[in-house]
Write a protein that binds this ligand. Structure first.
Ligand code: HEC
Ligand code: HEC
Ligand code: HEC
Ligand code: HEC
Length: 147
C-alpha cells in the first residue's frame, strides 16, 4: 500500500514538472512580424508601420518588457508568458498633430506618443551611440511615403 502511494506521488510530481516545462515552451512569443495599424486612429495621416517583432527580440536583443508592460505601483509587473494586450487598450487617447494637446498629466494616455516614446526614443538613443545604425529615426523610415 505505502509503496503504491509513493509511486503515485512520483508520478504526479513528474506530471507537474512536465506540465510546467511545456507551459514555458508553449509561451506565446507573439508573431514574427506585425503591421502596426491601430483601430484607434480612425483617420490615420501616416502609413502603417512594419515591426520585425521576432527580430527585435532575437537579433536586436530588445527584451519583451522593453515594449510590453503592466504597471502596478509604478513598477512593470508584466513578465514573459503573461497575456499581452494591445497598446491601445490602455493608451486610449488618439489625439494627433493639429488637434488639441492633452494636459501634461494625461499625455501618457496618448497612443501616438506611446509608440513614438517607445520606438523612436530607443532608435534615437542607438543613433547617438552608433551613428550608422539601421534603426530608423526619420518619419519615412517607419511610415513609408504614401502614394
Ligand atoms: C520592439 C518592441 C517589442 C518587443 C521587443 C516585443 N514586442 Fe510583442 N508586440 C509589440 C507590439 C507593438 C505589438 C502589437 C501591439 C498592438 O497591436 O497594439 C506586439 C504584440 C505582441 C503579442 C500579441 C500578438 C497578437 O496577435 O495580438 C504578443 C503575444 C507579444 N507581442 C509577445 C511578445 C513577447 C513574448 C516578446 C518577447 C519574446 C515580445 N512580444 C517582444 C512590440 C514588441
Ligand atoms: C495594461 C495597460 C497598458 C498597455 C497594454 C500598454 N501600456 Fe504603455 N503605459 C501604461 C501606463 C499605465 C503607463 C504610465 C506609467 C507611468 O505612470 O509611468 C504607460 C507608459 C508607457 C510609456 C512611457 C510613458 C511615455 O509616454 O513616455 C510608453 C513609451 C508606453 N507606455 C508605450 C506602450 C506601448 C508601445 C504599448 C504596446 C506595445 C503599451 N505601452 C501598452 C499602460 C499600458
Ligand atoms: C529598445 C530598443 C528598440 C525599441 C523599443 C524598438 N526598436 Fe526598432 N530597432 C532596434 C534595433 C537595435 C534595430 C536594429 C539596428 C541595426 O541593425 O543597426 C532596430 C531596427 C528597426 C527597423 C529597421 C530594421 C527592421 O528590422 O525592420 C525598424 C523598421 C524598426 N526597428 C521599427 C521599430 C518599431 C515600429 C518599434 C516600436 C513598435 C521599434 N522599432 C522599437 C531597437 C529598438
Ligand atoms: C521608429 C518608428 C517611427 C518613426 C521614426 C516615426 N513614427 Fe510615427 N508612429 C509609429 C508607430 C508604430 C505608430 C502607430 C501606427 C498606427 O497604429 O497606425 C505611429 C503613429 C503616428 C501617427 C498617428 C497615426 C496617424 O497615422 O495619424 C502620426 C501622426 C505619426 N506617427 C507621425 C510621425 C511623424 C510626423 C514622424 C517623423 C517626425 C514619425 N511619425 C516617425 C512609429 C514611428
Amino acid at each position: 500500500m505505502r509503496g503504491g502511494k509513493s509511486i503515485l506521488c512520483v508520478f504526479v510530481a513528474t506530471l507537474f514538472v512536465l506540465t510546467a516545462a511545456f507551459a514555458v515552451i508553449a509561451a506565446d512569443k507573439g508573431p514574427e512580424k506585425i503591421t502596426i495599424k491601430a483601430a484607434l486612429f480612425a483617420k490615420p495621416t501616416k502609413a502603417p508601420v512594419e515591426l520585425t517583432h521576432k527580430k527585435h527580440n532575437e537579433d536586436y536583443k530588445v527584451a519583451c518588457a522593453d515594449c510590453h508592460h503592466v504597471y502596478k505601483d509604478g513598477k512593470n509587473v508584466w513578465k514573459e508568458g503573461d497575456a499581452v494586450q494591445k497598446c491601445e487598450a490602455c493608451h486610449t487617447e488618439p489625439t494627433i498633430e493639429g488637434e488639441k494637446k492633452l494636459p501634461p498629466d494625461q499625455q501618457k494616455l496618448n497612443l501616438k506618443l506611446a509608440y513614438h516614446n517607445n520606438c523612436v526614443a530607443c532608435h534615437q538613443k542607438l543613433k547617438k551611440e552608433k551613428p550608422d545604425t539601421k534603426a530608423p529615426v526619420t518619419c519615412t523610415g517607419c511610415h513609408p511615403a504614401q502614394k
